[in-house]
Design a protein around this ligand. Structure first.
Ligand code: ATP
Length: 458
């Protein structure tokens, strides 16, 4: 079975997982809306991440910071001066491209050993001219010169035109953790090392959004910042590389579809940086970033805000600005990886093929679907449904043959189907059918909640 991105996109569109944004107006350049099934899947992914990196993580505290921040934050972080990508236009077809991608793609195809990240704009320009690199869209080799393109979305704050101030939509959630370092430390009395985490929207005016939800201009990030002593930075960096990978494996991702990619080019303040890449249908791509960021973030905020970011160790009396180890992953990119991983087309014994999402039950939108064998059983079925709804998201379906109804649930990854039949009226038992093995067992209605609860723990 070939697993293509098109198949995933179609399933998402047809089964209420992800729709094109503003679709009735012809869409809006790579924005996507999560449908009734997709919103549950994404919320479950965020819950699983929060459980792993906040609830179960030692000394970690969650926050939910504002998207709009004082613009000085983005001066301190360096985004105003340097959050940009090298842009190049094809003069023939007018497509806008990222020059580093153009160079990398050409080099990969022709086995040339260059790393675009390490090149200046002049060097990339020379490379493109020297090799007569062609536009991937129209095949011409006629480009503009390379210039830097700012990735932050700007808007303005103020009630009158004269009184407008430029502000930004945050391009990352991390600064929310940094500017709340003192607040969290003071109110929790946390001792270093401790972590601050948040999940929230981020916005980037990407030059080349695409590959479905992989690269969008609006997305959600799940970020954990660990504040530690400089001498512990390397240790925690290694630990979070492990933890981040383990989280992905526990969600059911095949280890052969994950790899570490250490960065060749480091930001001037970064001590080390690594991506965990996932083998998407379109190739290996970054899914999760882990960075050892030195004391750059808090030092910059100390400098720009004038507030001391020093931490004093009560036992040793040492005072220092903590280092940061960051673990950052996009909720949408992870949802896409999980959908790609879970997607399968299985040949059945009767010669039919079923499409199934082998999602971890903790991630599935609905934990159980209630299916009356006949319409006349719907009263009993609704009774069972009402009792289960108190505990989980449930689906209900009484239309079509039971086989068709199973297939519909398989396609959205519902781990259990409960069938109400005439015996149910006599003895309060039901048939429960497993999505992956398609095995069916008879179980008491009163045991259903416990049975399902055991299977959906993450
Ligand atoms: P890329 O190199 O793919 O642009 P990045 O290195 O700029 O990513 P980070 O700034 O480290 O990404 O952001 C952390 C995480 O946020 C990424 O690992 C990714 O999962 C997610 N992310 C970043 N940009 C986007 C985007 N445009 N759309 C969806 N998710 C994104």
């Amino acid at each position: 079975m070939e697993k293509t991105l098109d198949k995933i996109v179609n399933l998402c569109k047809n089964r209420g997982i992800i729709f094109a944004g503003s679709e009735i107006y012809g869409g809006m350049g790579n924005t996507w809306d999560y449908g009734p099934v997709g919103v549950e899947i994404k919320n479950n992914i965020k819950r699983a991440w929060w459980k792993r990196f906040v609830q179960e993580n030692d000394n970690t505290f969650g926050i939910d910071a504002a998207i709009l921040m004082n613009p000085r934050v983005w001066e301190a972080s360096g985004h105003v001066s340097s959050f940009s990508d090298p842009l190049i236009d094809c003069k023939a077809c007018k497509k806008r491209l990222r020059a580093d991608n153009v160079v990398e793609d050409y080099a990969k195809k022709h086995n040339i050993d260059v790393v675009a990240d390490l090149m200046t704009n002049e060097q990339m320009q020379d490379f493109i001219s020297e090799h007569k690199v062609k536009c991937p869209y129209c095949g011409n080799s006629d480009f503009t010169s390379i210039r830097q393109f700012g990735l932050m979305f700007e808007t303005s704050r103020g009630v009158t035109d004269e009184n407008q101030n430029k502000i930004y939509l945050r391009p990352e959630t991390a600064q929310g953790e940094f500017v709340n370092f003192l607040n969290v430390q003071r109110t929790t009395r946390a001792k270093v090392p401790f972590g601050i985490a948040q999940i929230g929207k981020a916005f980037r005016n990407e030059i080349t959004p695409g590959n479905f939800t992989f690269r969008t201009i609006e997305f959600e990030q799940m970020e954990h910042q660990l504040f530690c002593k400089a001498s512990d930075g390397a240790k925690f960096y290694e630990l979070y590389k492990q933890k981040a990978r383990q989280f992905l494996l526990d969600l059911g991702i095949n280890p052969e579809h994950l790899r570490y990619h250490d960065h060749d080019k480091l930001a001037h303040y970064a001590l080390s940086a690594c991506d965990i890449e996932y083998l998407y249908p379109m190739g290996w791509k970054e899914l999760n970033g882990i960075h050892n960021r030195s004391d750059f973030d808090l030092s910059q905020h100390q400098k720009f805000s004038g507030k001391s970011m020093m931490y004093t160790d009560q036992i040793t009396n040492e005072s220092y600005i903590p280092n940061v180890v960051e673990n950052s992953i996009g909720a949408d990119r992870l949802a896409l990886a999980i959908l790609c991983e879970a997607y399968d087309e299985e040949e059945l014994a009767d010669g039919e093929t079923r499409t199934v999402l082998h999602l971890h039950p903790a991630i599935s939108a609905y934990k159980v679907a209630v299916l009356p064998l006949q319409k006349s059983l719907s009263e009993k079925a609704n009774e069972v449904l009402a009792s289960l709804k108190k505990y989980f998201m449930c689906a209900y379906d009484e239309a079509g043959s039971i086989g068709k109804r199973y297939r519909r649930q398989d396609e959205i990854g519902t781990p259990f189907c409960v069938t109400i039949d005439f015996d149910t009226l006599e003895d309060d038992t039901v048939t429960i059918r497993m999505r992956d093995s398609m095995e069916q067992i008879r179980i008491k209605i009163s045991d259903l909640v416990d049975y399902i609860n055991k299977a959906i723990v993450f």
